[in-house]
Design a protein around this ligand. Structure first.
Ligand code: F6R
Length: 260
């Protein structure tokens, strides 16, 4: 894992956007994996700016989102379809036919999940998967106890995750219990994982995921096994790390050719 600690979320989001932008410029047909939530909003804002001001071209990229709530219409304001439209897709020149978000409304969820895996495979696999982390260590919506080899499937949210999502729904009781999420095995098959975490509420989960043992109880810890996982943190999210001085030294003293 490469652990990069930045001054604040804005600097980390800019760095993340630079990594995504370089991939898209080098590979116009890149396959990008997107996450939702509070964390990547700054990154998406920066991608929109790069599109508008520096003509970053998204026309040929393919998008796969990590997850979606079961039972929400795409037009529901708290759906991840709405989130992606509002924060990114309606501001850039992505081809709507190349946008993939799990269909949480289908009557045949196992078929939706199989089809999602097939579509990722047919697209040639995901080049960069953007990730956030739950306060309980979840990755995508793979909650603690998820199989570390899991593939896209239905999952049940923990009470804590439903609480963390209550604001978007106007109350905890309105948050769906079920989601469709890429599995940890699906995420591990991506060529690069870019996990962002900001703020003090993420410090414990980050410390466990980065420096604790690999465990199904901390799903994000599986990234320790990924050949190319970049963990981008602000100072607050990095506050629980034992070896932060080492990570900072490594990053600051990298030869130019090795910098991401
Ligand atoms: C979102 C997702 C989740 C979030 C995580 C953090 O698509 O899969 O894992 O990344 O719950 O959410 P925020 O960023 O709102 O703290």
């Amino acid at each position: 894992m490469e652990i990069i600690i930045q001054r604040d979320a804005e600097a980390a989001s800019r760095l993340a956007a630079g990594i995504v932008a370089r991939t898209v410029r080098e590979k116009p047909h890149a396959v990008l994996g997107f996450a939702t939530g509070q964390t990547p909003i700054g990154l998406y804002g920066e991608l929109v700016r790069l599109h508008r001001e520096e003509r970053l071209d998204f026309e040929r990229i393919t998008a796969f989102n990590l997850d979606e709530f079961v039972g929400l219409k795409p037009a529901h304001p708290a759906s991840y379809h709405s989130y992606m439209r509002e924060h990114l897709f309606r501001h850039i020149n992505i081809d709507p036919a190349r946008i993939n978000i799990p269909d949480g409304l289908s009557a045949d969820i196992p078929a939706v999940c199989r089809d999602y895996e097939d579509r990722i495979h047919s697209a040639g696999g995901i080049d960069i998967q953007i990730l956030g982390i739950g306060t309980d260590g979840h990755l995508g919506f793979n909650e603690p106890s998820s199989s570390l080899a899991s593939r896209t499937r239905i999952k049940t949210l923990t009470a804590r995750t439903r609480r963390d999502n209550a604001e978007a729904f106007g109350g905890e009781d309105k948050v769906p219990h079920h989601v469709i999420t890429m599995g940890l095995g699906t995420i591990m098959a991506c060529r690069m994982c870019l996990l962002l975490a900001f703020g003090p509420a993420k410090a414990h989960a980050i410390a466990q995921a980065v420096e604790g043992p690999i465990a199904a109880m901390v799903p994000a810890s599986i990234l320790q096994m990924h050949p190319r996982a970049v963990i981008l943190l602000d100072e607050e999210a990095a506050a629980g790390l034992q070896r932060s001085a080492y990570y900072r030294w490594v990053y600051e003293n990298k030869p130019g050719w090795q910098k991401i």
